[in-house]
Design a protein around this ligand. Structure first.
Ligand code: AMP
Ligand code: MN
Ligand code: MN
Ligand code: MN
Length: 294
C-alpha cells in the first residue's frame, strides 16, 4: 500500500523555524499521507497541526521528542500518542524545559565576553512559549553575524566538546520509556545510529529499554550511519520493535527535507494500535488493519 508517513518533525513550538500549520503544508507538498509533530518537550503545537491536518486531509499522529541522558550523553526518545496531561511526564517535561533555560543562560554567560550576545538576543529568536535550545543560541549568533547558519554554529562554537557547551538536565532513557508508557504513549528511540556506531549505546541497553516497554526504533534517519542501519533493523526484528523512518524536519533550521525518510504503513498502524493517551486522526481503516496482519 502506498501510504508514506513522516513521523518526526519540529515547529516553532521548539526549534523548528515554521509554524505547525506550515509544517503540515510542507508534508502535504512532499506527498506524505500522515505525519507526526514531535516538538522537544512540548505538545503545544498539536491543536494547530491537527486542525491543519484535518483541513488538508492528511493523517496526524501527536508526539513529543524527549531529551534523555545516558552516562552524560544525549539520547532522544520520541513519545507518540501520550496523554498530554499525564502528571509525571508533564512534570518531567516542565523540569527539562526550565533546565534548558538556565542552561541557555549559562552558555550565554560563557559566550558573551567573546561574542557579545545576551539572553535578549536569544529570546528574540524563540517563539513565545517554545522549548529553548542551542538552535536559538545559534540563531542569535547568526543575527550577530558571528556564523553564517545554525549548522556552522553547531559544528564550531556550540559543539559539546567546546568551551561554551553546558549540558541540560534530562531523565535517563529508562525513565523516559517508563513515563511515556505510563502516559499511554508509544516510545520510539530517536536516531540511535550514531550512539550505536560510537559504542556507547550497546544492544543490551536497547534490550533493557525494550523490556521496559520501548516500542520502536527510528531506523531510517539521516543521522544513522548507513553501516549500522542493518543492525538496527535486525535488532528491531529480534525484539519485535517497530521500525520507523523520518525526516526530523526543522524548516530552515536544518538541511533535512520533508519526507526524505518515511515510515511504512504497517509501522504507522502498529504505533497507532499501541497508543492509549491520545488518538491519532485521519488514518484510514485499511491502514489501521495492517497492525494485525503479518
Ligand atoms: P539542545 O537540545 O539544546 O542541545 O540542541 C540540540 C538540538 O539542536 C537538536 O534537537 C537538533 O535538532 C538541533 N541541531 C543539532 N545539530 C544541528 C545542526 N547542525 N543544525 C541545526 N540544528 C541542529
Ligand atoms: Mn531539534
Ligand atoms: Mn533528536
Ligand atoms: Mn528531532
Amino acid at each position: 500500500m502506498d501510504f508514506p508517513s513522516d513521523l518526526h518533525t519540529h515547529s516553532t513550538e521548539s526549534d523548528g523555524t515554521q509554524t505547525p500549520t506550515v509544517v503540515v503544508d510542507e508534508e502535504c507538498r512532499a506527498g506524505m499521507r500522515a505525519m507526526a509533530l514531535t516538538d522537544h518537550e512540548s505538545a503545544t503545537g498539536w491543536p494547530e497541526a491537527s486542525a491543519r491536518a484535518r483541513q488538508r486531509g492528511i493523517g496526524f499522529v501527536p508526539g513529543v521528542e524527549l531529551s534523555t541522558l545516558l552516562h552524560g550523553r544525549s539520547l532522544h526518545m520520541l513519545g507518540y500518542l501520550i496523554d498530554p496531561s499525564a502528571p509525571r511526564l508533564v512534570a518531567s517535561m516542565a523540569r527539562v524545559r526550565s533546565s534548558r533555560e538556565g542552561r541557555a543562560e549559562r552558555m550565554v554567560a560563557r559566550l558573551s565576553p567573546r561574542y557579545g550576545i545576551t539572553m535578549e538576543d536569544v529570546f528574540a529568536q524563540v517563539h513565545h512559549g517554545a522549548t529553548i535550545g542551542r538552535p536559538h543560541i545559534a540563531d542569535a549568533l547568526v543575527a550577530r553575524h558571528v556564523v553564517a547558519d545554525r549548522t556552522e554554529a553547531f559544528r564550531t562554537i556550540l559543539s559539546p566538546g567546546g568551551p561554551y557547551y553546558v549540558p541540560a538536565e534530562a531523565p535517563s532513557p529508562l525513565d523516559a520509556v517508563r513515563m511515556v508508557v505510563e502516559a499511554g504513549g508509544v516510545p520510539v528511540l530517536a536516531h540511535p545510529g550514531r550512539a550505536v556506531h560510537a559504542g556507547w549505546l550497546p544492544d543490551d541497553m536497547i534490550r533493557e529499554l525494550a523490556a521496559e516497554g520501548l516500542a520502536g526504533l527510528e531506523v531510517d534517519h539521516r543521522e544513522n550511519p548507513p553501516e549500522v542501519r542493518g543492525r538496527l533493523s535486525s535488532l528491531a526484528e529480534e525484539l519485535d520493535l517497530i521500525p520507523t523512518g523520518s525526516s526530523d524536519y526543522h524548516g530552515a533550521g536544518k538541511p533535512n527535507r520533508v519526507g526524505e525518510n518515511t515510515t511504512s504503513p504497517r509501522s504507522l498502524a502498529r504505533i497507532v494500535a499501541r497508543g492509549r493517551g491520545t488518538r491519532a486522526e485521519g488514518i484510514p481503516d485499511e491502514v489501521l488493519a495492517l497492525a494485525i496482519s503479518t
